[in-house]
Ligand binder design. Structure first.
Ligand code: SF4
Ligand code: SF4
Length: 559
């Protein structure tokens, strides 16, 4: 490989690489605003100026191609002087309103200003003011004062989203960005411009002023919105999810995610409709009862029904671990072959960038771990028919709202002898249930999901499921008073006595002859990888934060 010298150190580069790329690959970060690895080069911010020996002037590292033997200094006196000057120019008209800016704490301008600016301004004239709080579309707000005209947002719309929706208008100090007359920025990926805007000029209309970023914790996860399984970070404050942002994974979603996934896949976790503990129907009403009572009552009622008259509906929203134990419970503990799950597709959802028509995160996982009928068992449509003609007397539903999808079933489902539902939120189906068990959501458990191409990826808990009584135990009254309404919200956020579905099923199985005892999700996964060829050789460590490809060739043989 050819070599060049960067800051007195000889390093290798790939032919065609720019200085900024070669430096990055070797762990040297050269400051930049307008450059982004996935966008075309604009070269307008000038903060990446570096000294290249034998060149008459400083060169911008984002567009200068490295050549064999080149000698580059990114921290020399001349470079630092130029960088400070660029920062001073960029800050001339900036409002310096970090204390009220959503970007503070994750702002490149703020970070570089601390590192590379003289710390005070020599500019005493009136700053140029631009429009503030301009909605560019339904999801993104623009603050003209903060914009440094880097053009990343314009290039994103043109080059990644494929929808030219933004442009520069005006000139000189007054230059600003705008949508075209009568148009909005409403492409399905518009909120990625917020992530890549290096300052706080673009903010999320959903997240604005919700929290300071340093008050949030973040955990790696994946999006539940479709079978792409975009890698995400789940941002939490006071045990409540505040936002999702994309997490870089070149194999799955690169730096991006769609706006639907970002906005519509987590709010149910925070909602008041969460199932707050196990419930049993008594005198026509669902009442909250303890776990032991709920599980033993449910097991006794299940034992009273012939296994041929029991059916199971699993879920492509649930993890591989949940579906695996659900299937094992149906087939080995209860001894029924009647098991299937619902496929959710939306022909209008998919596109050529990330979105897939399969709007569930784990269709492939549910299939692989066996949530499909055995030989002469009933599939989904026969189960539905069986409920209608009373051949099925008991139905066990996991993480699905069967009635929402099949409202015509309402009459027949109410005639079932037993309806058991595991669900995170109350829904149409739980209205008719005899037992409702509270399911932990994707943000509250460990588990794995297999995306459309057979990449198995992990989720991890980002928020706690805490028993409210236990949480209140150690709390002094004086603290409660101080918290006031904030405490109400905190308590509500913690009132989630939920368990992962696999754990609920494991608990139920203990009351039968064949027991499915597992301590952790990881142990369930280890059994999956031992028993199902497509998962062989995998464990949680191997999967890591980027996922692993399943042995897809074996899939057809195993399923
Ligand atoms: S709004 Fe942000 S991304 Fe767009 S040009 Fe201004 S600073 Fe750059
Ligand atoms: S493309 Fe699919 S997985 Fe990715 S963010 Fe959108 S809905 Fe979520």
């Amino acid at each position: 490989m050819p070599k060049f010298t960067l800051n007195d150190k000889e390093i290798e580069f790939k032919p065609g690489q720019t200085i900024i790329e070669a430096a990055k690959e070797n762990g040297v970060s050269i400051p930049h605003f307008c450059w982004h690895p996935k966008l075309s080069i604009s070269g307008n911010c000038r903060v990446c100026l570096v000294e290249v020996e034998k060149l008459p002037k400083l060169a911008i590292a984002c567009s200068t191609i490295v050549t064999e033997g080149m000698v580059v200094h990114s921290e020399s006196e001349k470079t630092l002087e130029a960088r400070n000057a660029v920062m001073e120019f960029l800050l001339i008209n900036h409002p310096l309103d970090c204390p009220i800016c959503d970007e503070a704490g994750e702002c490149k301008l703020q970070d570089y200003a601390y590192k590379h600016s003289p710390g005070e301004s020599r500019y005493v004239e009136e700053k140029t003011h631009k429009d503030k709080r301009v909605p560019l579309g339904p999801r993104v707000m623009f603050d003209g004062d903060r914009c440094i005209s880097c053009s990343r947002c314009i290039r994103f719309c043109d080059e990644i989203a494929g929808k030219p929706e933004l442009t520069f208008i005006k000139r000189g100090n007054n230059v600003t960005i705008s949508t075209f007359p009568g148009k909005q920025m409403e492409n399905k990926y518009s909120m990625n411009t917020i992530d890549i805007c290096p300052v706080g000029a673009l903010t999320s209309r959903d997240f604005r002023f919700q929290a300071r970023v340093w008050d949030l914790s973040s955990n790696p996860s994946i999006c539940m919105g479709c079978s792409r399984g975009c890698n995400t970070d789940v941002w939490v404050r006071n045990n409540e999810i505040k936002r999702l942002t994309p997490r870089f994974n070149e194999e799955v979603n690169s730096y991006w995610m769609c706006d639907d996934g970002r906005l519509n896949t987590f709010k149910f976790v925070n909602e008041d409709t969460r199932v707050d503990g196990p419930h049993k129907r008594k005198d026509g009403q669902l009442v909250n009862i303890g776990w032991d009572e709920a599980l033993s009552n449910c097991a006794s009622e299940l034992k009273n029904i012939s296994n041929k008259q029991i059916a199971f509906i699993g879920s492509a929203f649930a993890s591989c671990e949940d579906n695996y134990l659900f299937s094992k419970f149906a087939k080995e503990v209860i001894g029924t072959k009647n098991i299937d799950f619902i496929r959710h597709t939306d022909e209008k959802f998919g596109d050529d960038l990330l979105r897939k028509n399969d709007i569930t995160p784990n269709t492939m996982g549910a299939e692989l771990v066996g949530v499909t009928p055995k030989q002469d068992g009933m599939n989904l449509s026969s189960i539905i028919k069986g409920i209608e003609n009373s051949k099925i007397k008991a139905l066990f539903v996991m993480e699905e709202d069967v009635l929402n999808l099949n409202p015509e079933l309402e009459k027949s489902i109410s005639n079932l002898d037993l309806l058991i539902v595991i669900s995170s939120n109350f829904n149409k189906t739980t209205q008719f249930a005899d037992f409702v068990f509270p399911a932990a959501t994707f943000a509250e458990k460990n588990g794995t999901y297999a995306n459309f191409e057979g990449r198995v990826q992990r989720i991890k808990p980002a928020i706690e499921t805490t028993d409210l009584d236990r949480a209140l135990d150690g709390m002094q009254m004086s603290r409660l008073d101080k918290f006031g309404t904030k405490f109400d919200r905190w308590a509500k956020g913690n009132k989630r006595d939920a368990r992962a579905s696999w754990k609920i099923i494991s608990g139920l199985s203990i009351l039968f002859d064949k027991k499915l005892k597992f301590k952790m999700a990881e142990n369930v996964f280890d059994e999956i990888s031992k028993n199902i060829e497509a998962f062989s050789g995998l464990d949680y460590d191997v999967i890591g934060d980027k996922g692993s490809i399943l042995k897809l060739k074996e899939i057809t043989e195993t399923v």
